[in-house]
Design a binder for this molecule. Structure first.
Ligand code: SF4
Length: 991
């Protein structure tokens, strides 16, 4: 419940929009008098309010309100576009109360969508480079020319069987399932993501436990919440999670945050626990030890759901296989993780660790915990931090319980489209190299290094809402390979905004922002499932008024396309006569042989793949598509708890058998076509499909792991060469205190956070967001600053193994002594005064290049010519830009640090900090890409390559987005081919 204040000054209680089940029980604000929180949907076609710019006059303005979905982070909150009925101009975005996750609320980045749409410098037409790549000369071309050229090139690559030369490299997907259709239909293994510079560490830690790769905390019902991240303020599910944590706090829950930095999240917590970067695993295992020794764990849950028997059989066969013995064994093992040891590693007082452990134990099944980037993305072995964190959930039995933490798949809904191609029988070693068989996603950030080593080349490379030159570690190595036409024949950059990477493209292709495109998607935000539907608001409104459009770009600004239509058109041009077998996947399910229209794609999904939606629509006299156009979100399931306890029916069990030792229930029946996520949980024997496990004599669904239990013990890790990591372990980080010599001014740098109002690349064109946040100084503790003679605002030099940057100091008590920190979301630059990046955010820079002393690569210096300046444009605000600071681009000075197991780039750095020299200038970035190639080879040497024990490239059961055919898993010469897997229903596990 919340309080609305009315004109008469009296507070009245009204229902929150999502208390009760919305939209099956629609939001009914009190409207008999006074104010309401949201315009009611029956007035969305004709909503009148006073025009703010006319104040103090009361001038009425009438709008059509069209809902859509925010695209500015992964949370996918609901937005309502306010479209002026006279001019058809979008005037603003506010929240959509009918969205089950965001419930009418947004963070600052949601309403800032208006800036992105109205940016006077936005890309509106396709551009083709003229002259050398990166030379900065462009010409406008027609979409037809673009599609014909790219289509012909891809057709040629396919006909010549150069399938591994086609890459689609995505930064922000913002959709579920669409590209899972496109790339397999082309018969390629060409998906590449940004995940290994982002979340692969956390994903791996969770995946080894429960098969799915994300945690889904039920924050709202938690009694104790533990976060190891700057999660809330870092823009990941910011708004949906934040509002539920606040609800939990209002209900008495306590919050603890482990973070070396006093983040905004930590500052609102009950416990800020500053830890030395990378020591979090020691703290968590010490907490586990306390819970074990004090006997405050949930023995019954663990007995039923942990693979303890497998652990004893494999590692301790010389005694009875009993749960009691298992407890004795792990008590003895984890006794080494004393609070005192954890204090020595982390600098957290032992007494605090004990107190936290008891809080966690007291919360019991209502313990919510979460880690995403942060420690899991910062450290060598960071994935073990996520694993240690979930160990606390397992010990307390807070797994998929009210207030606990569930596998994300149970809180996410991915509908099945009308057709999908079989898994292609091809394996791309440029993204899944043999050295990283357990990497949780593609080794995307090593692509420049692989290309430089001559492991392959690219014939057609798409970057899509992706800016590796600026975002990735060692971005200047990206610049080198993007410029090299012998390594990349064609680079097409699909992007809503200019970026540092677009500058090095052959085609810059404008794609829509959130309110200019269709997508469906779903993310775990609470203990339920929902489906969101992004839609192009101007097209939707104009079609409502009777206009017709063949393509969304005809209603969007300029010729801004939506990608869904782009891929259909491109696929038809690759295979115009259907002879390649591609075109059929892009034909209408309603008009056989005709080209698929984007609304038909979603119409079929809503009519056939979303349980309950057709009925809910019929109740309002709408078709399913009309219903989704009206609300843009549908809640598929509520109260999704304890899915692992689901009993298997006799129909499920038909033709199955249960292993008498393990209890594993397997079948040789193929997966049902509409099973959403069947590919996860397959066994090392691909011909037997596990469907559940016997627990206390009952057939249960279990977890999507090989044992169908929570894998405290991972036979996978042991079998693939990492026996020391077979159970949750503490890995010493590459920035462990033992690696840092303070007497030489060495520090651990934490670069894994961002400012809460920024969106990777795409906040560059938001004037409001840049006005709010435009500096990223280096946080340094007061004692360290005094030692170095630095005050706030002084220039300092931060050096890594491959280069340095010059930034300003921010002296604060909000960071651990010995640690420095810098947000990674600033430092935008352009090489041309008038194009190449948004002027709201970027400084004009010059780049110099000289040969590297290493004999390979180059030494670059990026230096600002000037910062952000006012300029004339169609938006009068551009002449009133008052800020000058574009921030400092820190990521290029980071060499690649691929974790040998998860594949995650370990972002934290050992750095040297010193006052800047007289000839250093603010924003200087100096990098030696020859040195970066050397560091790459040092980390590559840490790997233990495939084949695994069964002669494959990767464990069959482990999640792999865009899973290829089973045969493609086999390393050539490592044994007989596996049975072919042609089940298309297992395509598309993109997470
Ligand atoms: S949290 Fe903010 S940026 Fe993310 S989807 Fe919601 S409103 Fe948009």
């Amino acid at each position: 419940m919340k309080i609305n204040w009315f004109k008469d000054g009296q507070a009245r209680k009204t229902k929150l929009p999502m208390e009760g089940r919305i939209p099956s029980e629609p939001f009914e604000p009190e409207r008999t008098s006074g104010l309401v929180s949201y315009p009611p949907p029956e007035q969305w076609d004709h909503w009148t309010e006073y025009e703010s710019t006319a104040w103090p006059r009361k001038v009425e303005k009438t709008y059509s309100l069209v809902p859509t979905i925010c695209f500015n982070c992964e949370a996918g909150c609901g937005l309502l576009a306010y479209i002026d009925q006279e001019t058809l101009e979008i005037r603003k975005f506010e929240g959509n109360p009918y969205h089950p996750a965001s419930r009418g609320r947004n963070c600052a980045k949601g309403p800032a969508t208006i800036d992105q749409v109205q940016d006077p410098e936005r890309l509106l037409y396709p551009l083709r480079r003229v002259g050398e790549r990166g030379g900065g000369k462009w010409e406008r071309v027609s979409w037809d020319d673009v599609l014909d050229d790219i289509g012909a090139r891809i057709r040629q690559l396919l006909v010549e069987d150069r399938k591994t030369e086609i890459f689609y490299h995505v930064g922000r997907p913002g959709e579920d399932g669409y590209m899972d259709r496109v790339l397999p239909a082309w018969g390629i293994d060409g998906h590449n993501s940004h995940t290994n510079v982002c979340s692969a560490g956390a994903r791996a830690g969770y995946a080894f436990w429960f098969g799915a790769d994300r945690p889904s905390p039920d924050y709202a019902n938690a009694r104790f919440i533990l976060m190891i991240n700057a999660h809330l303020e870092s823009g990941h599910y910011f708004n949906p999670y934040a509002q539920r944590i606040v609800e939990a706090k209002m209900g008495g829950a306590k919050v603890a945050v482990l973070d070396p930095r006093l983040s905004n999240t930590a500052s609102n917590a009950d416990y800020w626990v500053p830890t030395w970067p990378g020591s979090e695993g020691a703290v968590l295992l010490a907490m586990a030890n306390i819970i074990l020794q004090e006997g405050s764990f949930d023995a019954e849950f663990m007995r039923r759901w942990v693979n303890w028997a497998e652990f004893l059989r494999e590692e301790h066969p010389d005694g009875p296989i009993t749960f009691e013995r298992f407890v004795d064994v792990i008590k003895a093992h984890y006794a080494q993780y004393t609070p005192e040891l954890a204090e020595a590693e982390s600098r957290v007082p032992a007494a605090t660790i004990v107190e936290l452990a008891r809080e966690v134990a007291a919360a019991g099944s209502a313990f919510s915990a979460h880690i995403w980037r942060a420690a899991a993305a910062g450290n060598l072995g960071g994935w073990e931090v996520a694993r240690a964190l979930f160990f606390l959930n397992v010990l307390t039995g807070s797994v998929a319980t009210p207030g606990g933490t569930a596998p994300n798949l149970w809180h996410k809904f991915v509908p099945i489209p009308h057709s999908r191609a079989p898994h292609p029988n091809v394996w791309n070693e440029l993204s899944w190299p043999l050295e990283y068989p357990l990497a949780h996603h593609e080794m995307s950030f090593l692509l420049p290094h692989f290309l430089k080593e001559g492991r392959g080349k690219l014939g057609a490379y798409f970057t899509r809402v992706y800016n590796p030159v600026w975002t990735n570690p060692d971005g200047f190595s990206w610049m080198e390979v993007l410029k090299d036409e012998s390594k990349i024949d064609l680079h097409a950059c699909l992007t809503p905004t200019w970026s540092e990477t677009a500058w090095f493209a052959d085609y810059v292709l404008p794609m829509g922002h959130g309110p200019e495109r269709h997508d469906t998607f779903s993310y775990e935000t609470y203990a339920g499932q929902w489906l969101g539907f992004r839609q192009p608001v101007l097209r939707v409104l104009r079609e409502k008024r009777g206009e017709t459009f063949d393509f969304t770009y005809q209603a969007n600004p300029g010729e801004v396309w939506e990608e869904g239509e782009f891929w259909i058109e491109l696929s038809w041009r690759i295979d115009p006569d259907g002879s390649l077998g591609i075109r059929k996947y892009f034909e209408s399910p309603y008009r056989p042989g005709e080209k698929l229209r984007i609304d038909e794609y979603y119409q079929w999904i809503f009519e056939n793949s979303v349980p309950g939606l057709p009925e809910a629509a019929a109740a309002e006299g709408l078709t399913p598509l009309e219903y989704m156009r009206k609300y843009t979100a549908f809640e598929v399931k509520t109260d999704a708890y304890r899915d692992h306890e689901a009993a298997l029916s006799s129909a499920d069990l038909e033709g199955s058998r249960a292993d008498p030792t393990t209890g594993l229930i397997t079948t040789e029946q193929p997966a049902k076509p509409k099973e959403a996520k069947p590919a996860i949980g397959v066994t090392l024997d691909p011909n037997l499909r596990p469907i559940g496990v016997m627990v206390d004599g009952q057939p249960k669904a279990g977890f999507p792991t090989p044992s169908r239990k929570l894998e405290f013990y991972s036979p996978t890790l042991k079998g693939w060469g990492w026996p020391e990591n077979a159970i949750p372990s503490y890995v010493r980080s590459h920035v462990h205190p033992g690696e840092i010599d303070a007497s030489r001014n060495e520090f651990a740098l934490v670069p894994t956070f961002r400012l809460p109002t920024l969106i990777h690349t795409r906040s560059g064109n938001s004037k409001y967001l840049n006005e709010i946040s435009h500096s990223n100084p280096v946080w340094i503790h007061t004692s360290d600053a005094q030692r170095l003679g630095l005050g706030t605002g002084d220039l300092l030099k931060v050096s890594t193994e491959i280069g340095y940057y010059i930034n300003r100091a921010w002296v604060t008590e909000g960071i651990m002594p010995g640690v420095v920190a810098c947000s990674h979301h600033l430092g935008r630059w352009r090489l041309d005064e008038e194009q190449g990046m948004e002027r709201w955010s970027s400084g004009l820079a010059e780049m110099t290049q000289e040969p590297s002393p290493t004999g390979e690569g180059s030494r670059y210096r990026l230096r600002y010519v000037h910062g952000v300046q006012p300029w004339k444009s169609d938006d009068p605000a551009s002449e009133h830009v008052w800020w000058q600071d574009p921030g400092v681009h820190q990521n290029p000075i980071f060499p690649v640090h691929p974790d040998p197991i998860s594949g995650q780039h370990a972002w934290h750095q050992k750095v040297t900090v010193e006052p800047a020299a007289p000839d250093d200038r603010y924003g200087d970035v100096v990098v030696d890409t020859g040195k970066s190639q050397q560091v790459y080879r040092e980390w590559l040497a840490l790997t233990r390559p495939a084949p695994g024990p069964d002669g494959t490239r990767r464990p069959f059961w482990l999640f792999r987005p865009y899973r290829p055919a089973t045969d493609a898993y086999r390393v050539v010469g490592s044994g007989p081919p596996a049975k072919a897997d042609s089940d298309p229903s297992t395509a598309g596990d993109s997470g």
